[in-house]
Ligand binder design. Structure first.
Ligand code: RP5
Length: 165
């Protein structure tokens, strides 16, 4: 099996409907990924062991999703100097609780936080990080961005353009 470069973690299986979007974006870009449910408060020892094993086996970026008092991303960031991307999940209070818990890391141990339920952006950010030393992946990201731009231009005209009768 190809060694995963990105470890996608979530605090509960209930986060999976959001987080499978991150896994599919990474899959579309051919990035090897592992997806696990591990909780900072329910399974702290297993989380600790996972982070150590993942780093030793070559994981380069962690994506961590949690709702409510979301401390999973911070707990992972405390255990590794690899970049950690946090996804606040809208499990309660429209995700505002998780957003603040994830984004408001005290100085020194950052979590790069995306928007509430922002699983896709977490994947795109992980791809951008991996692209720094993978020219093939960087090219895929450029092609993707060009496609996004072309689609936006195609759909830009809402009303009649110049010269319309
Ligand atoms: C967090 O609490 C999880 O990440 C989830 O978003 C939320 C609710 O968990 P469950 O009660 O659905 O397992 O730890």
């Amino acid at each position: 099996m190809t060694q995963p470069l990105v470890s996608v973690l979530m605090g509960s299986r209930s986060d999976l409907p959001v987080m499978e979007k991150a896994a599919s974006v990474l899959g579309e870009f051919g990035v090897p990924v592992e997806v696990r449910v591990l909780s900072a408060h329910r399974t702290p020892e297993a989380l600790d062991a996972h982070v150590r094993r993942a780093v030793s086996e070559g994981v380069e970026v962690f994506i961590c999703a949690a709702g409510m008092a979301a401390h999973l991303a911070g707990a992972v960031a405390a255990r590794t100097i690899r970049p950690v991307i946090g996804v606040p999940i809208s499990a309660s209070l429209s995700g505002l609780d998780a957003l603040l818990s994830t984004v408001q890391m005290p100085p020194g141990i950052p979590v790069a936080t995306v928007g509430v339920d922002g699983a896709k952006n977490a994947a795109y950010l992980a791809i951008a990080i991996l692209s720094l030393k993978d020219p093939g992946l960087a090219e895929k990201l450029r092609v993707y961005r060009a496609t996004v731009a072309a689609e936006a231009e195609e759909n830009s005209l809402i009303g009649p353009g110049p010269g319309a009768q």
